[in-house]
Design a binder for this molecule. Structure first.
Ligand code: RP5
Length: 181
């Protein structure tokens, strides 16, 4: 879904990231949302470089119809916390592996929110998990999304079971040599 369609469809998930260098990490999750037909918006706003705009994004999020926010940032990673400070919507943080500490700094910044202003965190660079979790939150009030989640899990289970059958059939060495992994 391109930006024009996102605007038409009244977004339910707001995705915001501190820098366009974070975008490749979020892309798999955005592709999943697109494939499932979940309306979303995506923006680059920084807690440090564009603090007013980042606050404005969060302050207007609920009135614009968003139900959940995914906020990604690397290094000091204040964006998810700042967004959470300005909205009651659930915020899912995605720590990005950038800078010398490769996301450990961002993970700590995101999970170590002070009491009263929580941010949920997925793992470092786990953009796809953030998207799935956001849709799980949406599915609490809209069963439309349950089917997508069920189908995703079914396909995922089938893929693992196919691999298991191939491993049993071939043995570990041939499985590896055959480029299965
Ligand atoms: C953070 O600083 C961003 O979220 C990004 O992960 C990191 C580096 O930003 P750039 O220098 O690549 O713009 O605010």
């Amino acid at each position: 879904m391109g930006n024009r369609e996102e605007m038409k469809a009244s977004p339910l998930i707001g995705v915001v990231m501190g820098s366009d260098s974070d975008l490749p990490v979020l892309a798999p999750g955005l592709e999943l949302l697109e494939a499932w037909g979940v309306p979303f918006e995506v923006q680059i706003l920084s807690a440090h470089r564009t603090p007013r705009e980042a606050a404005g994004f969060a302050q207007t999020a609920a009135e614009r119809g968003l139900k959940v926010i995914i906020a990604a940032a690397g290094m000091a990673a204040h964006l998810p916390g700042v967004v959470a400070a300005y909205t009651n919507l659930p915020v899912i943080g995605v720590p990005i592996a950038s800078g010398q500490l490769q996301g450990v700094d961002a993970l700590y910044a995101i999970v170590q929110m002070p009491p009263g202003i929580p941010v949920a965190s997925v793992g470092i660079n786990a953009g796809r998990n953030a998207a799935i979790l956001a849709v799980q939150i949406l599915s609490l009030t809209d069963p439309t999304w349950q089917d997508k989640l069920d189908m995703y899990r079914k396909n995922q289970a089938e893929a693992v079971l196919e691999k298991n059958a191939a491993l049993k059939d071939l043995g570990f060495r041939a499985y590896l040599e055959g480029g299965q992994r």
